[in-house]
Design a protein around this ligand. Sequence first.
Ligand code: PLP
Length: 363
Amino acid sequence: MGLFGNKTAKSSGAHQWRGVIEEYRDRLPVSAKTPIVSLREGGTPLIYACYLSELLGNDVWIKFEGTNPTGSFKDRGMTMAISKAAEDGAKAVICASTGNTSASAAAYAVKAGMRPVVLIPNGKIAMGKLAQAIAHDSTILQVNGNFDDCLTLARDLATDYPVALVNSVNPYRIEGQKTGAFEVVDLLGDAPDLHVLPVGNAGNITAYWKGYREYNQDRISSKLPQMWGFQAAGSAPIVKNKTITNPETIATAIRIGNPASWAQAIEARDSSGGVIDSVTDREILAAYRLIAAKEGIFVEPSSAAGLAGLIKYKKAKKLPTGKKIVITVTGHGLKDVQWALEGAAKPKIVPVNAKAAAKALGL
Ligand SMILES: *Cc1c(COP(=O)(O)O)cnc(C)c1O
């Protein structure tokens, strides 16, 4: 057991998921010397979506990453990045973040006894995520620039000063995140036909594709899925094939104009026969409301980009039918509640009286 390993509690045969490194140790670049820093991330639910399956004419499964310890898939990569930083003796870690990376980096850094430093862009960061970075005791610098500027600054600092960079340009992040694909195959018994997800910095689409390919090479799955990624229309550099200087979208987690894993995302799209396309903020918000209202799954707006894309393709009659589709919904709705509250009707006021309440409810 590593320095930060979880003690095993004695119990009556109950057991809990051990975290992605312990569950997939033989497929990750760790050794007996690596101190495993884990909050027991991964092992997230894969939920059959009855309503969406009917709507889209396919078997639709939701991989709900909002149930990770800090509420997004970033924890899968962060357990790897921080464990390797600990192995290298790092005392401080730095990241540029639209929110979820900093929330995750901060939590794992303090778990490892390191100091977290977070660079956030001017404006537009969801309050829930900022609250997480603060709660986990990070030093926060607000940079006069956008996310892409923050990443440049973080890289410069990590090159010249004793801080470890834990953005997804850190290759260990991709390694950790590929476990999402392993879990899907382990639970479905094979790869799906389509895997759909939002694309921001493009680390996750890269990671899933890597995971699917590794399982396929080792014959754990019999096929590979098409990778379908969706960017927000106002920040769709891959779709437009040019960097976007001032990316705009309400989906702050994918508000990125120059993705770090751009080339890898193109590779995933092309060798899987998939697509990378864009959806408008309006389409994202409609999908965001639908998945909460009909499937009982509350995600943040960025996370709904994949579903928004499927609905768009269905409407354009470009969606196949009868396929098995997995949609990764990347982060929890509680991180960015503004969009759920916006435009919501005020609750009716009733006296403490069952008859009056029943009348108000139309019962
Ligand atoms: C980071 C993030 C994304 C984008 O993932 P990339 O790997 O940057 O493409 C999407 N949704 C949420 C909630 C995120 O935190």
